[in-house]
Design a protein around this ligand. Structure first.
Ligand SMILES: [Fe+2]
Length: 300
């Protein structure tokens, strides 16, 4: 990790500004301080920018996906995003399905006016699709969710778009640019999707759906450092999956999301402990399948 450099006082001022701004609202820049200029100047100094307590200073965009009605996980993730001072959040879909708090999760996203895309579970929950391709457990949860959601929340899900622009160069989708229900598990599957980015005028893509965090370029699967950070190369194109907030499946039960520093061009995969037993107890009390409670504990 790079040591704090000579721009620290400017950075601390920038941080103070970002932290007091409300997540989801327009970026707040006080009179007399050009935030972009300050950030760019320091981006030339070091790859990692940290304050006195070690947190990242240049976080700008948080990407979350696959919340799946897990309000315990979502609450912890949103608190962490706010603490780190991100000023934008984008959600890549599947707000609902599997866990026991679909209304609470949709309302949290709605109240914060977080831009979302429609996930395959959202599409079934709001009645646009039927759960024909779902396994028995997922179908049970989908029907329970549809019966539990309020009319207002169903309307919100029904109106979510198929994609969202993320900063200048990324398109945000649920499954793939081609299809919200397409799984991209391997590099070969990802590679076949690069050709579709031009149609969106996008260079790279954030996606969800698999519940596996990962980052790919046109040459293969990339790996970050031991802190989950990866520096993007401006000459490359990427597909990046943050992992799932509410139902991780990579043998790590902690809630997942990512931060994208648009100035330093660094993505950082974040994992957070949350109250899994509370979330799994709610699943059992709601009459949802026990398998869904067990998999939260296992993270798969
Ligand atoms: Fe999902």
């Amino acid at each position: 990790m790079a040591a704090a450099h000579t721009c620290t006082s400017v950075l601390d001022l920038v941080r103070a500004v970002v932290v007091v701004s409300r997540v989801g609202e327009a970026r707040y820049v006080p009179v007399g301080l050009n935030l972009s200029a300050a950030v760019r100047r320091c981006s030339n100094c070091a790859v990692e920018h940290t304050g006195a307590s070690g947190e990242a200073l240049f976080v700008q965009t948080a990407v979350i996906t696959d919340i799946h009605a897990n309000i315990e996980a979502l609450t912890v993730v949103l608190q962490d995003i706010e603490t780190r001072g991100a000023d934008e959040i984008v959600c890549l879909g599947d707000l609902v399905g599997y866990n026991a708090n679909p209304n609470e999760c949709v309302e949290e996203i709605r109240n914060r006016q977080i831009p979302c895309v429609m996930g395959n579970h959202d599409a079934v929950a709001c009645g646009i699709e039927e759960p024909w391709g779902f396994n028995e457990v997922a179908r049970h949860a989908a029907i329970w969710t549809r019966e539990t959601l309020t009319e207002d929340n169903i309307t919100f899900l029904r109106e979510t778009p198929q994609n969202q622009r993320v900063e200048n160069e990324f398109i945000g989708v649920h499954g793939s640019p081609q299809d919200r229900d397409m799984y991209l598990f391997s590099w070969a599957e990802v590679y076949a999707q690069f050709q579709y980015l031009d149609a969106f005028g996008a260079k790279s893509c954030f996606f969800g759906h698999t519940h596996f965090p990962g980052i790919y370029n046109e040459e293969g699967l990339c790996s970050g450092d031991e802190k989950g950070r990866f520096a993007l190369n401006n000459g490359n194109r990427y597909f990046i999956n943050p992992g799932s907030v509410g139902q991780p499946r990579d043998n790590n039960p902690r809630a997942a999301y990512l931060l994208y520093d648009t100035d330093a061009l660094i993505v950082r995969f974040i994992r957070l402990e949350y109250d899994i037993s509370k979330a799994s107890d709610k699943i059992m009390r709601s009459g949802l399948p026990k398998f869904l409670a067990d998999r939260l504990v296992l993270g798969r």
